[in-house]
Design a protein around this ligand. Structure first.
Ligand code: ADP
Length: 563
């Protein structure tokens, strides 16, 4: 009996110790969460304050110098985005630490939802989506926290808009249950849908979703926060989705007073359907700014022989901004992913490529690899825009053959500087080539090439030397000897030497003419002309004079005199 008593006492003590420890750990966890939350709160506020200052400064500039209104819109849109993201982070951390409070007020729930959804209408029409709102009944009283409900509706509808292609459909249906104490909100789209394997993690924070494929911005916070807000409101959220067919999010929320505790009920306030949330309004309106249609036409002051740049970037705003800046000096073509870029590269004449690294369809590394591997395009310099800052990413960029890289966020001036460096470097190489003597040029054929460009030049020189006295050796024959199309040969020669095909052949012929003349000053002009592949001595003389400033006859005469 005594033993049993002792065992019971020990068991009770053990149980108490176990429960106590659990409570203690929980309280530490809670304290850590609260602590983390207050750190988050401080950081986000520290970031929100300067953003607010920037935003106010932009507005002041707008008043003083209204001509740049598009730029101000762009700045505001991006400030708004950052603010929204920071607010989401803030709210997520508050919700985790239990600091997010629910405050419900009484009013017409259906009308409120209808008004709120109408504020998102501009976002839908901008994306050319058919948007319908169907609330049944049209009017119904209940208790809701408008701030939380706004965010739930905005997150679901803006996701539906993001992940539904142009001309798709988005529908907001709101119904009630038989006892009128719950509302059922359905956001239905016929967009891209969510793959089965991704559905289970959908509400996980920082979920790595498909926003890149949709060429929009994503954080993976929206749905996690939405679910937390729904739970806070005592409700439930479910998702049904089929890839390629569409997605339906169903949110069920209680709206009867009994579902909330006394501290959650605010009797002093009424739901005001006329104060549609400014957050939503602002965002929806600001969303209007940039689309690919905003990409400017080529500037008139850019002449035809300006350098031709291709910019590949999936963020339309950054693309437009780069186009605006660089378009003043260069002829700019744009693409929004690597594959699109590659098609342009293979079908047009370009001098330089600027490409983002992280892009849908084909990323910047793959693009660089393909451009540099293809002998037809390997001469094109590439600058990569990398968002990563780690040393290995830079090494990777250069290893696969990128000529330079710029780390995001970058100043457009810095990018311009790099472009100029590459172009100046090319120009220097071209100048050096055209100033070389025949001997120096010939030497290039015998040295071991260290780059693809040198290898190309060596082969090109070899072809022309082999046909030096062949007056019929023309562009097509040259291209076929090089195993390239006439246009590829033209592009590569222009890039490496700054000359076109016939200019290059003539340059070699002229250099050789001078060299031969110096060795054999007794030659007749016509013989010299034939030796370097000219049928017509007269035309040879014209070219010679143009290159060296004297007639070949004079040149030979002076040499003979000197002997
Ligand atoms: P974000 O959109 O910022 O990535 P969310 O948490 O809002 O973050 O969404 C997470 C992911 O869920 C998205 O990246 C997307 O892949 C998927 N998703 C959300 N809503 C939809 C929808 N209506 N249709 C298709 N996919 C969706």
């Amino acid at each position: 009996m005594q033993i049993l008593f002792v065992i019971i006492i020990i068991a009770v003590i053990a149980a108490m110790a176990y429960v106590g420890r659990k409570l203690y750990l929980k309280s530490i966890m809670m304290r850590n969460r609260v602590h983390m939350s207050s750190i988050y709160t401080n950081i986000t506020h520290e970031l929100l304050t300067p953003l607010t200052v920037i935003s106010a400064s932009v507005e002041r500039l707008r008043e003083q110098e209204p001509t740049f209104s598009d730029d101000y819109d762009l700045m505001q849109l991006n400030i708004e985005r950052m603010v929204r993201l920071l607010q989401q982070i803030l709210e997520t951390s508050k919700s985790q630490s239990g600091e997010l409070k629910l405050v419900v007020a009484h009013g017409d729930v259906m009308q409120y939802i209808q008004r709120t959804a109408l504020c998102i209408e501009p976002l839908m029409s901008k994306r050319r989506l058919e948007f319908t709102i169907d609330c049944q009944p049209k009017s119904m009283l209940g208790w809701i926290d408008t701030d939380k409900l706004d965010k739930i509706i905005y997150n679901l509808l803006s996701n539906a808009a993001k992940y539904t292609g142009e001309n798709g459909k988005v529908e907001l249906q709101v119904n009630t249950n038989k006892t009128y104490d719950h509302i059922i909100i359905k956001v239905i789209d016929n967009g891209i849908g969510i793959p089965k394997e991704k559905q289970k993690d959908l509400f996980r924070r920082f979920f790595d979703g498909q926003y890149r494929q949709q060429q929009t911005i994503g954080t993976g916070l929206g749905l996690a926060l939405t679910r937390e807000l729904v739970f806070l409101h005592g409700g439930n959220i479910e998702c049904e989705s089929e890839e390629g067919k569409g997605t339906t999010f169903t949110v069920t929320l209680p709206i009867n007073k009994e579902s909330f505790s006394a501290s959650q009920i605010d009797e002093s306030q009424k739901v005001d359907i006329n104060t549609a949330r400014s957050v939503i309004l602002d965002l929806a309106i600001r969303m209007k700014t940039t689309t690919e249609d905003s990409i400017p036409q080529p500037m008139e002051n850019v002449d035809d022989d300006s350098y031709k740049l291709l910019i590949i970037e999936d963020n339309v705003e950054l693309l437009v901004l780069m186009h605006q800046l660089l378009g003043q000096k260069y002829r700019v073509t744009t693409a929004s992913n690597g594959q699109e870029g590659l098609d342009i590269i293979n079908n047009s004449e370009l001098d330089l490529i600027i490409s983002d690294v992280m892009m849908p369809v084909m990323d910047g590394y793959e693009l660089t690899r393909r451009v540099k591997e293809d002998p037809n395009t390997s001469h094109l310099p590439i600058i990569l825009l990398t968002a990563k800052t780690q040393e290995e990413d830079r090494t990777e960029a250069l290893k696969i053959g990128a000529d330079d890289y710029v780390t995001k966020p970058f100043k457009l001036g810095d990018l311009e500087l790099r472009i100029n460096n590459i172009i100046e470097n090319r120009k220097r190489i071209q100048r050096e080539f055209s100033q070389q003597t025949a001997e120096e040029t010939q030497q290039q054929v015998s040295i071991e090439p260290v780059s693809a460009d040198q290898e190309f030049l060596k082969r090109a020189l070899d072809c022309v030397y082999k046909h030096l006295d062949d007056a019929d050796y023309d562009r097509d024959a040259f291209a076929s000897d090089m195993g390239a199309s006439a246009s590829t040969l033209y592009n590569k020669l222009r890039s490496v030497t700054g000359m076109n095909v016939s200019g290059f052949i003539r340059d070699i012929r002229m250099k050789e003419a001078k060299r031969i003349a110096l060795q054999q000053p007794d030659l007749r002009v016509s013989d010299l002309a034939y030796k370097v592949g000219f049928h017509d001595p007269k035309y040879f003389s014209t070219c010679f004079k143009k290159t060296y400033g004297v007639q070949p006859s004079e040149f030979l005469e002076n040499l003979s005199k000197d002997q």
